[in-house]
Design a protein around this ligand. Sequence first.
Ligand code: BGC
Length: 377
Amino acid sequence: MSVGSDLTRADLARLVSRSVEVITTHQSPSGAYPASPDFSAYRGYSWLRDGAFIAEGMSRHAQITSAIASATAFHAWCARVVTARARQVESLVARAGRGQAVPVAEMLPTRFTLDGGVGADEWWDHQLDGYGTWLWAAGQHVLRHGTHVEGLADGVRVAARYLAAFWDQPCYDWWEEHVDQRHVATLGAIHAGLRAARDLGVLDRATSEAVTAAIEGIEALITAEGVADAGHLRKWLGSDAVDGSLLACVTPFGLYPAGHRVAAVTVAEVERQLAVDGGVHRYLADTFYGGGRWILLSGFLGWNHARAGRPEAALRYLEWMAAQATEQGELPEQVSGALLAPERYQEWVGRWGSVATPLLWSHGMYLILADELGVTA
Ligand code: BGC
């Protein structure tokens, strides 16, 4: 972990300001955060998952007024985009209620164009976690600042009705893979999102009951099938593998609190299998861009260390993240120094160009971990 150790506190603080600047500069006037402004496959699209964590990072840096306003604008954009699909959700929920199977292609999208449309490009749509993560992040923002977010109550109701009806369906995971599986990190995001929706106090009685049933259903399913014999959460139900996304099930989603044995074993096992010198792989079989180490996952691992009372370990992850910034102070999606599948790297460069840089989610996670450790602009 020596790579980042020559960075001073002032260097770390400078990257806080720079991260806010990168995110603000690229935020659309609509409020949407593009995942990465120039990267061929992401350009022009905003993901609920990425955006929710970016907004959480911005929301935490209250000393920068524009950061809070930026998060508020993102949440208002999400509320508009989700509410605009209220009729689609009602029809999906009604069909599911009649016992009809709803094809994946008819479910809500995973990413939106910056003006809230679906866009013309094919994608691995149908990922439920983003709707849960958005509800969770919106709840955090409102709780922290008491901010009024235009249209939030309507958006929360629509997203909550959608998740309460479909939480137990298989869908693509955080990495937009394995549509036939039920992913534990997805269930953790939905669980946190539905709790947040309930705590916001905007649900009507029927929705509230459906939400409570879904929360209890997730808990029962995870208890029965979500934990491997080795004691850690499973990448998906039935798998014995771990995945970097499972870190979020502990902090911040609290599916298991940091002190619980399942939480401790999960974080330790992800670190043992996937962390290398401060960077964290997504999962062992990853071949995307050769399977590099993801900046944002170092943020999740550091965040978990911080919450479990290990600030020094957390700081080493923050330092590693900062050491990956380009000369322009931009954080990439992943770094290619210790690849799991080096023979697959070039194929992705040929297909989509060099690794997405800046990735706004990487900056968002840097802001979160910096705040956890008291590093401010
Ligand atoms: C990742 C997703 C992410 C998207 C946009 C994909 O390559 O697998 O987790 O949401 O990029 O950043």
